[in-house]
Design a protein. Structure first.
Length: 123
């Protein structure tokens, strides 16, 4: 799960940065406001890459997805991109957990096979 989620978050890092460049064209927003908000979101996306497997990591990821969609009120195309990344986030979490379960089952089967072959009298 960690690899899939981290890949999604790194993609979001770049999208947030590009959205910040687009938001700079809004005359109602200052540079400081745009880059403070984008900087916090970009920092959070990178930090979350290492927090995915910790308690609350996935929930923080969902909060970032909601914020990304809500950023569409400033940069309208972010409604679409935020929804795409929310879908990618769901897939990363859902299928990542399935992959982790399959890896755990495979590792347990390997251990059982090694234990059976190493048992005395199994020659």
């Amino acid at each position: 799960m960690r690899t899939l989620c981290a890949s999604t978050l790194i993609g979001e890092f770049f999208v947030i940065g590009f959205a910040g460049l687009v938001a700079m064209k809004d005359p109602d927003l200052t540079q400081a406001t745009v880059w403070t908000v984008c900087g916090v979101a970009m920092f959070l996306s990178v930090v979350l890459c290492g927090m995915i497997t910790r308690p609350g990591g996935v929930q923080l990821g969902w909060a970032l997805q909601i914020a990304l969609i809500a950023s569409g009120f400033v940069v309208p195309v972010m409604f679409f991109l935020g929804a795409v990344f929310a879908g990618l986030w769901w897939c990363s979490v859902h299928y990542g957990r399935k992959i982790d379960d399959a890896k755990a089952r495979w590792a347990a089967a390997q251990e059982a096979a090694e234990a059976a072959s190493a048992a005395p009298g199994s020659a």
